[in-house]
Design a protein around this ligand. Structure first.
Ligand SMILES: NC(=O)c1ccc[n+]([C@@H]2O[C@H](COP(=O)([O-])OP(=O)(O)OC[C@H]3O[C@@H](n4cnc5c(N)ncnc54)[C@H](O)[C@@H]3O)[C@@H](O)[C@H]2O)c1
Length: 118
């Protein structure tokens, strides 16, 4: 069953661009507040955050500059969710801190293939 996110709050790390921005937009569209936690926002993400101001009566967005490799900044990210929204119901740890060196996150894929053909 689909989860109703209306009136909930999500923290989305890496929401400053790409796939996490798309997820954040979906959440906002469904009435969910979103904390954008990223090193920076790309222009398209800035536009989304300004479309859902804290003064809005519906879903709200706020940007908190966050490096997810830094504990103090992660603490601050949660504190911002508490300050503005009273907490967080959803946490999406999407920041692109790990980039796979090969397709499909399967490091042994080429090795397995060569083993099968030897
Ligand atoms: N795009 C896809 O189809 C897809 C599919 C599967 C997995 N992924 C994974 O999802 C993640 C995001 O992919 P994307 O294509 O949206 O990439 P992207 O580069 O568009 O977005 C990554 C975001 O993470 C942020 N980021 C990087 N380091 C950070 C840090 N230390 N603290 C906070 N934010 C940080 C960047 O500023 C950026 O906004 C990647 O790890 C990628 O491997 C993407």
């Amino acid at each position: 069953m689909a989860m109703n996110v209306t009136g909930k709050t999500a923290i989305v790390t890496g929401a400053g661009s790409g796939i996490n921005l798309c997820f954040a937009i979906k959440l906002l569209d469904k009435g969910c507040n979103v904390v954008f936690a990223d090193l920076a926002l790309r222009p398209e993400a800035e536009a989304v955050v300004s479309k859902y101001p804290l003064t809005s009566s519906g879903a709200k967005a706020v940007f908190q500059q966050t490096d997810v490799t830094d504990w103090a900044q992660l603490d601050r990210m949660f504190a911002v969710a508490f300050e503005h929204f009273g907490g967080a119901d959803i946490v999406c740890p999407g920041a692109g801190v790990y980039e796979p060196v090969c397709l499909l996150f399967i490091p042994r894929y080429p090795v397995l293939q060569s083993e099968q053909h030897s």
